[in-house]
Design a binder for this molecule. Structure first.
Ligand SMILES: C[S@@+](CC[C@H](N)C(=O)[O-])C[C@H]1O[C@@H](n2cnc3c(N)ncnc32)[C@H](O)[C@@H]1O
Length: 278
């Protein structure tokens, strides 16, 4: 494993993914009943991004905009990021998915965070050492999906966010993991991130899920370059099985605004589509 998320923390893909994570947890916490959150590829939780170039076209650009009116999810996400930079106007510390989720979870909720790289898992464990709601596991996230679902809470979210070092192989593994998790936990909200790059056929992920009989599939994509550009990462994609009520509306509100802010000269596109409905 060569991947280190610290190089990418706070980039446009993180902003897109973490706005969606904020929105989905805002929706899920509208009901009092307890939730379980499983983050299968959690990373180290907190990143120092002072001079990081990728954040320049991500959280740093968002921080100098005024998103309050843009969407409640974007405003809440920025408030959470700012809370880890208290006393400083500049964003130098960036919270990853485990901290964003932990901020939104309530006393009655529970989470399991998995990370395979020992140094990252140690940092994660240290971060949550005083939070009794959170269990940190240094283990394979795909194996944890099989072992930890369905949770006793019945309600909740699994976030699958692997590094995609082997792109096509990882897309297939994510599709298989989602299908298996959906059959084991039919009520669970299952969300997976995927890259949009030249030569990576993300549509195959959607096709595999639909062919496997997934009933409610929400696709959200934010591209800041044309799909076939050689720029590297052209776009950020998320599939959500069992999206909560009005989560699609939240994304339809947030994604065009983020695109206007993060894409140069209007390049790229956004897409929010419900591919299959009950
Ligand atoms: C894209 S990063 C996660 C970012 C994080 N979810 C966030 O949004 O802040 C992927 C992480 O998965 C870890 N990883 C790689 N293979 C793994 C596996 N099989 N199981 C669990 N974690 C893994 C990497 O070390 C890396 O920290």
């Amino acid at each position: 494993m060569k991947y280190r998320h610290a190089f990418h923390a706070g980039n446009f893909a993180d902003v897109m993914k973490h706005v969606a994570l904020t929105a989905v947890l805002q929706r899920l916490t509208e009901k009092e009943r307890p939730l379980f959150v499983l983050d299968t590829h959690a990373g180290r939780a907190l990143y120092e991004i002072g001079g990081a170039s990728e954040a320049g076209r991500g959280i740093h650009r968002l921080a100098s905009a005024t998103p309050a009116a843009a969407s409640p999810a974007i405003a809440r996400y920025l408030e959470i990021v700012r809370s880890f930079n208290a006393g400083s106007a500049a964003i130098e510390t960036y919270p990853g998915s485990p901290l964003i989720a932990a901020t939104l979870l309530r006393a009655q909720d529970r989470a399991a965070y998995c990370e395979l790289a020992p140094a990252e898992a140690d940092a994660l464990r240290h971060e949550f050492r005083r939070d009794a709601r959170i269990g940190v596991h240094c283990r394979d996230g795909f194996e944890a999906l099989r072992a930890l679902l369905p949770p006793s809470e019945k309600r909740g979210l699994a976030l699958i966010d692997p590094p995609y070092e082997e792109q096509e192989q990882d897309l297939a593994q994510v599709a298989d993991a989602l299908v298996a998790a959906a059959s084991r936990w039919p009520q669970g909200v299952l969300m997976a991130w995927y890259p949009i790059k030249q030569g990576v056929v993300a549509a195959r992920l959607h096709r595999r899920l639909l062919d496997a009989g997934v009933q409610r599939l929400l696709v959200a994509e934010l591209c800041i370059h044309p799909d076939d550009s050689r720029a590297g990462l052209n776009g950020s994609g998320l599939v959500t099985i069992n999206p909560p009520w009005q989560f699609d509306r939240d994304l339809r509100q947030a994604m065009p605004w983020l695109h206007g802010l993060l894409a140069e000269g209007g390049a790229g596109r956004t897409r929010v589509a419900l591919l299959a409905e009950e």
